[in-house]
Design a binder for this molecule. Structure first.
Ligand SMILES: NC(=O)c1ccc[n+]([C@@H]2O[C@H](COP(=O)([O-])OP(=O)(O)OC[C@H]3O[C@@H](n4cnc5c(N)ncnc54)[C@H](O)[C@@H]3O)[C@@H](O)[C@H]2O)c1
Length: 346
């Protein structure tokens, strides 16, 4: 099943319901370099036999310029040229780095992704944002450039750890909240267990999420409008993620619930309880005893702040999101009520 999405900066072909074995049909084996992490490589070493492999260490801590430098060095050594293709096979860390390396090596060579985590399949590998962290600053260096193709092999998810499934579903629930009421219902009618053991159900869900993200990006590649809606749950999420060392998906889940209550206060949104029940059913937290004063201070310093207002993604109803500036007077009571005295961060 193939679908092409045209972006202003290039087209991406999505190969759904495909398999790793099909890669040979998409690229020339000799001039292709597969970047993956040691974790993923450990599981798929056999299947990758005969391919040129460039390894990085697994984890966000290695999504940095050192990894980029090392990979570029390896490409030079291997003699990769302008006609070479780079593949990122792994979770979002790998696809972000591989896309970046491919975008700057010799001022840019072709690249494709084989996402292997739920998060990479439905989110990270789509949209052309490639980059790395610099020190404690996430995604500080990067470039927007679209992969030539994405290859989806759902069987690769068999080895994905349980917590990574949950984290990926946080973004799936986010997509449902902002864009797709019917998918929200589908998620309510099923469980994570059912999606894991039913490949057809899972492939349908993943494809639906890919198309949501791909279309939002297509209409707004440079994030002037609709693409901002993808930040639903992320404003408060970012304000607590680092402080409490929360997994990203958990921080977003808590952020989505706070944003639902803000939507209730500002737009009379009536379905916060459905969101709370859904995140809980998928093993995600709805609340956290964060320190509200700290969280508000972090939000005030957020780059999305304009004068005294912070832009928030709010829900009018499930499946319909809007982007709205809110004053601190509107935000503070809800953020305070939803958090707690919290463990202070200091
Ligand atoms: N570019 C974008 O638009 C965008 C969007 C969202 C997130 N991201 C980035 O994505 C990253 C998070 O992605 P992630 O959650 O996939 O993280 P990740 O790449 O760190 O993968 C999570 C863990 O799962 C392992 N793993 C991945 N696939 C596996 C498999 N099939 N079997 C066994 N283990 C597997 C990895 O080795 C890693 O340990 C962050 O760096 C984030 O900034 C980018």
């Amino acid at each position: 099943l193939k679908k092409t999405i045209k972006y202003s900066s290039g087209s991406t072909v999505f190969h759904f319901d495909s398999s790793l074995e099909q890669l040979e049909k998409l690229v020339d084996k000799n001039s292709t370099y597969i970047i993956t992490d040691d974790n993923v490589y450990h599981y798929y070493q056999k299947k990758l036999k005969g391919w040129n492999i460039l390894l990085i260490r697994a984890g966000e801590a290695y999504k940095n310029m050192d990894a980029v430098q090392s990979l570029i060095g390896q490409l030079i050594e291997a003699g990769a040229d302008r006609k070479s293709t780079i593949i990122g096979m792994g979770g979002g860390v790998v696809t972000d780095i591989a896309g970046f390396v491919a975008s700057v090596y010799l001022r840019g060579v072709d690249f494709g992704f084989i996402p292997t985590s739920v998060l990479a399949m439905v989110d990270a590998s789509i949209g052309g944002k490639n980059g790395v962290d610099v020190g404690i600053f996430k995604n500080m260096a990067g470039i927007i450039r679209q992969p030539r193709f994405l290859l989806y092999d759902y069987s690769l998810l068999k080895t994905l750890p349980g917590n990574e499934w949950t984290g990926g579903f946080a973004e799936i629930i986010k997509h449902a909240c902002i864009k797709d009421a019917a998918m929200f219902k589908l998620l309510e009618d099923h469980t994570l267990k059912e999606f894991k053991k039913n490949p057809e159900l899972l492939s349908g869900l993943i494809r639906r999420n890919v198309l949501i993200k791909a279309k939002v990006v297509q209409e707004d590649e440079t994030e002037q409008g609709d693409r901002k809606l993808l930040n639903y749950g992320h404003t408060l999420g970012h304000a607590i993620e680092n402080t409490y060392q929360l997994p990203h998906g958990e921080a977003v889940s808590i952020g989505m619930v706070v944003a639902a209550y803000l939507s209730k206060a500002v737009l009379d949104f009536k379905e916060s309880e459905r969101i709370i029940d859904l995140v809980k059913n998928y093993g995600l937290p709805a609340y956290y005893d964060y320190n509200a004063a700290d969280a508000l201070a972090k939000m005030r310093s957020d780059k999305k702040r304009v004068k005294d207002q912070i832009y928030f993604v709010l829900l009018e109803k499930i499946g319909k999101a809007i982007y709205k500036p809110l004053s601190m007077d509107q935000i503070a009571p809800v953020v305070e009520a939803m958090g707690g005295a919290g463990k202070s961060t200091k």
